[in-house]
Design a protein around this ligand. Structure first.
Ligand SMILES: [Zn+2]
Length: 466
């Protein structure tokens, strides 16, 4: 009954467990995660855990192994079935479960899959994920008489999403689920909303036959942009593969970035909660932090990483937070987790409520010149040291340096960022200015500082994404 289990060293990551199915991640790994995480939950006094899975071809077999592992520790396992990750988070709240486990490869290629976990609806990450590895390796498992049952939370979930629509007037909206796990719930949700709704790729298909389900990548938004124009729609909304990240296009077909969306949502949230703290990650534009202040809110810059943002938000009781990557979290009238379907309803609702074009809200934010997020490989050993060296060198100058996550440097020209990826041996840089000349000066500073730390100049023409 003991069965010590060793994971492939690449699968226990900072924010989740992820691997290539049939290679680094197999049902035996999922079962071991179930036994180890279940052990942690049981030892903490928990008795119920919800489990969901996305539309990938490998997800049902991983789910079955996961349920077996969790039940072997004595937990009552409630299987909510196929759906988006936020439906799993919802299930944990709705069923008052101690924890939740989602089998999902999010936006990754079809041969990948992974596991995201929530504990009292807070994220499980960092040290806790390492703890799962240690428990499995020592076979230090609890065992008990568990159970498993199927539980349908779909009606309750759709109900809370539909009720989030605050306007009386409906709009013309195009939704692109990218054949991801949100498709079925999206169909049920729009049937409950006023207005005219066109759905693209809402049939769940784990081979992702149309485009990759990642709405932060421009190439994946082309179909949505076309459909918005063709349908003369008010806006378009896209989801990632497991429905926890949102992307949007306005009625002119222009894509909005994560920080622009957060700025627009802030107006809605701060109207009801003046002075509230809104959190955004270090990659976000200065214009967002300025806009939150202008709207009477308290802007807070925090580390990139959806688990870290979610944890900070809970710690300080912030009503809303978001990331460039499109993870946006509402504790305002909602539960505080990243739910792209909920975010979609809030966006349509606020555009209808304010009676303005989404493009006008986008254009009301100051124009900036920026680089894409540029990623380049670096020795793992140097990854965290280089930003520190830069911070030390710049602390002697009059630049304003923030070290929340890497270094973010503010000068008269704008700002630039250099941070280490938490998941790869990669450094990420980005710069933004109010003028083209300013941006060139900032890029020159980055090159100079990297040079002083013995690194070559990055190629700023190369974009990249998570
Ligand atoms: Zn996702």
């Amino acid at each position: 009954m003991s069965n010590a289990h060793r994971f492939d060293p690449t699968v226990l990551r900072e924010y989740d467990i992820r691997g290539i199915v049939g290679d680094t991640l197999n049902p035996a790994d999922a079962e071991a995660v179930g036994r180890a995480f279940g052990t942690m939950v049981v030892r903490d006094g928990g008795d119920t855990v919800c489990v969901g899975y996305d539309g990938r071809l490998s997800s049902p077999s991983l789910e079955e192994a996961m349920v077996k592992g969790l039940a072997s520790t004595g937990l009552a396992v409630e299987r909510i079935g196929l759906g988006p990750t936020p439906m799993l988070y919802f299930a944990v709240k709705h069923r008052k479960a101690a924890a939740g486990v989602m089998i999902t490869g999010s936006h990754n290629p079809p041969d990948y899959n992974g596991i995201k976990m929530a504990w009292y609806a807070g994220p499980v990450y960092g040290e806790q994920i390492q703890e799962i590895g240690r428990i499995a390796e020592k076979a230090d498992f609890e065992s008990g008489q568990g159970s498993d049952s199927k539980v349908d939370v779909g009606d309750a979930y759709i109900d809370i999403l539909a009720k989030a629509y605050e306007a009386t007037k409906g709009l013309k909206v195009v939704w692109d689920a990218g054949n991801g796990a949100a498709g079925d719930m999206l169909k049920r949700m729009v049937a409950r909303l006023p207005g005219e709704h066109t759905l693209l790729f809402a049939d769940i298909d784990g081979t992702f036959p149309n485009h990759h389900p990642d709405p932060t990548v421009a190439a994946n938004m082309v179909d949505l942009q076309k459909a918005v124009i063709e349908n003369n729609a008010d806006l378009g909304i896209g989801f990632d593969g497991d429905g926890d990240r949102i992307g949007a296009v306005d009625e002119t077909g222009t894509m909005l970035f994560g920080d622009q969306l957060i700025a627009i949502y802030s107006r809605d949230v701060l109207a009801d909660r003046p002075g509230a703290t809104i959190i955004a990650d270090v990659k976000a534009s200065q214009t967002l932090f300025d806009e939150i202040g202008r709207l009477g809110g308290n802007p807070l810059m925090w580390k990139t990483g959806h688990s870290l943002i979610k944890a900070k938000m809970a710690e300080i009781g912030s009503p809303m937070a978001g990331e460039m990557s499109g993870h946006i979290f509402f504790a305002d009238k909602y539960y505080g987790y990243d739910d792209a379907l909920y975010c979609g309803v809030r966006l349509v609702s606020l555009v209808a409520k304010f009676g303005e074009k989404l493009s006008a809200m986008r254009k009301a934010l100051p124009d900036v010149f920026n680089t894409p997020e540029v990623r380049f490989q670096v020795d793992e050993a140097r990854k965290f040291k280089v930003p520190e060296e830069i911070k030390d060198r710049l602390s002697a100058t009059d630049a304003e340096v923030t070290d929340i996550d890497g270094v973010r440097v503010k000068t008269d020209d704008g700002w630039w960022l250099l941070r280490a990826s938490n998941t790869q041996d990669v450094l990420v840089t980005r710069a933004e200015s109010t003028s083209e000349q300013g941006l060139e000066r900032l890029k020159a500073q980055i090159v100079e500082q990297l040079g002083a730390s013995g690194l070559p100049a990055p190629d700023f023409t190369l974009g990249g994404h998570h």
